[in-house]
Design a protein. Structure first.
Length: 197
């Protein structure tokens, strides 16, 4: 199988894709391009990262890329059409809605939107929402293993750990056991290799 090309800075959602590729042992070339750069807009006119080029075809959006990789390689995912996959996808969507979305909104109002369109005060409510979401998500975390679904590492584990790392950097509250989950995940050799990409 041809090596993948991953386009985007490691200090972005591209990290999720690099991390997953390291976990599944797939070969790839990393192009550490900034959003809206020529390297990115050549494959994604919106200028957003990450972009994965697979078999000459660009795929955008970190969750879509990770789902594709999981299905293609049969790793870090459950079989489509199973109850386990439905649970996995439910966790994935909850993480994107409850954790990724407030962090992204805060980033937009910090440095992405034009200065006259930013509302810095919104970040207080986003932090409150982020902490409240952890309380509501807690019952969904498996009690019978180190990962969200128990003994098996899946895509939502990478997403949650990435969001919690992002949250710490953005000065959002991270409670237990989310902090512990992120710590365990960041100790994985695949995370360390992806961080150095």
């Amino acid at each position: 199988m041809t090596a993948y090309q991953v386009i985007g800075s490691v200090k972005s959602r591209t990290m999720r894709v690099l991390w997953m590729l390291e976990e599944i042992g797939a070969s790839y070339e990393h192009v550490p391009a900034a959003p809206r750069s020529d390297e990115v807009t050549r494959f994604n006119p919106a200028g957003k990262v990450p972009v994965l080029v697979a078999d000459g075809v660009p795929i955008s959006d970190s969750v879509a890329i990770m789902t594709f990789l999981g299905d293609r390689h049969g790793k870090l995912t459950h079989t489509p059409g199973t109850i386990e996959r439905a649970r996995q996808d439910s966790l994935t969507q909850a993480i994107i809605d409850e954790f990724d979305a407030p962090l992204w909104m805060a980033a937009r109002h910090s440095f992405i939107l034009p200065e006259d369109m930013r509302m810095p005060g919104i970040k207080d409510s986003l932090r409150w929402e982020f902490e409240r979401s952890q309380e509501q998500f807690l019952p969904r975390m498996a009690e019978d293993g180190p990962f969200l679904m128990g003994e098996e590492l899946t895509i939502p584990d990478i997403l949650l750990a990435h969001c919690m790392g992002w949250a710490v950097g953005a000065k959002f509250p991270v409670t237990e056991p989310f902090r512990e989950h992120a710590r365990r995940m960041r100790e994985r050799p695949a995370f360390e290799r992806a961080s150095a990409a």
